[in-house]
Design a protein. Sequence first.
Length: 216
Amino acid sequence: MGVTSAAPIPPSTPTRSFRASRLAWPTFVIAVVVILLDQGSKVWAEAALSDGQVIPVIGDLIRFVLVYNPGAAFSIGANFTWIFAVLAAAAVVFIVRLAWRVESIGWMIALGLLLGGATTHLGDRLFRAPGFARGHVVDFIGYGNLFIGNVADIAIFAGAIMLAVLTVMGVHMRPVEPVEGAPATAPNATDAASAAPESTETKPPAPPTTSGDAPS
């Protein structure tokens, strides 16, 4: 009786668990640093510039002047402060979820900057005067006649630029790794035929043949 080989078991569909990334905590550390720098600079600005004083840094190009902004950049949407509070909260939640999946140092830095800027802006919206979810953001860094911002704005701008550069360069937030045991390409019919195991069944020997006529 011949010995037959078992059919090969097809590999299972490769899956990847969303495990906590080792770069998540450094992302949060960067965010905390941004928050401390932003809030600390705002405390200084309110103490040093509350009397309307203007401090030139680079002539009229960069100067320190205190304003309270109820809207976004250029005071857009000044009457819809609560909408910006909701958007900031959504951004914080979204970035935190991404932080647990990031495996690129570049993305880690960019997300940390964005998370820190969004979080400190959210804090201003929620807890500063004139009321909850209607708070005005403290701005004090004037850029010529363009607009007045703060440290959080710088962090958000830098993080957004980094993400754009990383995307253009093709750097993924979480590089795709080959799954062990998964075939690189699907085998075609010829490869499957050549890879099929040979039969090990033994065949009976052929009877011997003799030359000449058989005896009568």
